[in-house]
Design a binder for this molecule. Structure first.
Ligand SMILES: Nc1ncnc2c1ncn2[C@@H]1O[C@H](COP(=O)(O)OP(=O)(O)O)[C@@H](O)[C@H]1O
Ligand SMILES: [Mg+2]
Length: 235
């Protein structure tokens, strides 16, 4: 059964699409080397379809299969049954109007990644999404600090980490730093695995490799869906 990773936060501009595309690319590039049987699917459920535009610009170099599914609730409600994939990464809308789509995919989620910018204006919308929609889904969820620019100093990061800790939210150790390369990638039609071979690109890519290891777990396997783990085992 496919493991479904949902990237969610009902605030726009926090990095959902950036994280979905680059995480799917890293996992596909590492695990999906067999071209005849791609093991990774990227799904966009955002009616604004920014992942679709990005995927089209990358074209044949996209290392994972891609589907735009915002108007296909039938497929969205059975993502885990897409047996041909090991991992499915799902980008979701950044608007409250599309909450029904988000709820449909969260019901399929093995784990949820909640990108959060180190920026106080982002805290309340993230808290609302987590409390109203993400936590009640029963899926395992973790906050991901994204788009931190080390040149701005540690204060914003420390404040954000303090906020997350005070809330008692689970959080990834990996922080995705701000790089111009990430900001330009969609327009240039590349993902992290196609970045040029130089030191800055290596650093930018490294954040996504570290995140992939955390998402997949130390044994390369994501933890099973919470509800499934609770289910009685067959005798
Ligand atoms: N780590 C990062 N480094 C640089 N730019 C980033 C980073 N994360 C996101 N961005 C930029 O921020 C903007 C919003 O990101 P996006 O992934 O589209 O957010 P969302 O999907 O949540 O609306 C985009 O222009 C994107 O390129
Ligand atoms: Mg987006």
């Amino acid at each position: 059964m496919a493991r479904v990773h949902v990237i969610a936060n009902q605030k726009g501009g926090v990095g959902k699409t950036t994280v979905t595309v680059n995480l799917a690319a890293v996992v596909a590039d590492t695990l999906g080397s067999n071209v005849d049987k791609p093991s990774v699917l990227g799904v966009s459920t955002d009616p604004q379809a920014s992942m679709l535009e990005w995927a089209e610009r990358v074209g044949d170099a996209l290392p994972f299969d891609f589907a735009q599914c915002h108007d296909d609730p039938g497929s969205l409600s059975k993502l885990r049954q897409f047996e041909q994939y090991d991992h499915i990464f799902v980008d979701t809308p950044g608007s409250l109007e599309d909450e029904a789509i988000l709820q449909t995919v969260l019901a399929q989620a093995d784990d949820v990644i909640v990108p959060l910018e180190p920026e106080p204006m982002s805290f309340s919308p993230a808290a609302r999404s987590i409390q109203r929609v993400i936590a009640p889904s029963g899926a395992r969820w973790r906050v991901l600090l994204n788009n931190w620019d080390p040149r701005d100093g540690e204060a914003d990061l420390a404040q954000t980490q303090g906020f997350v800790q005070a809330k008692g939210w689970p959080v990834f150790n990996t922080v995705i730093r701000h790089y111009k390369l990430h900001a330009r990638a969609s327009a240039e039609g590349v993902t992290v695995v196609q970045y040029a071979k130089n030191r800055v690109a290596l650093e930018a890519r490294q954040d996504f490799f570290r995140l992939a290891l955390e998402v997949l777990g130390s044994d390369g396997q994501a933890p099973r869906h919470a509800r499934e783990a609770d289910a009685p085992r067959e005798a």
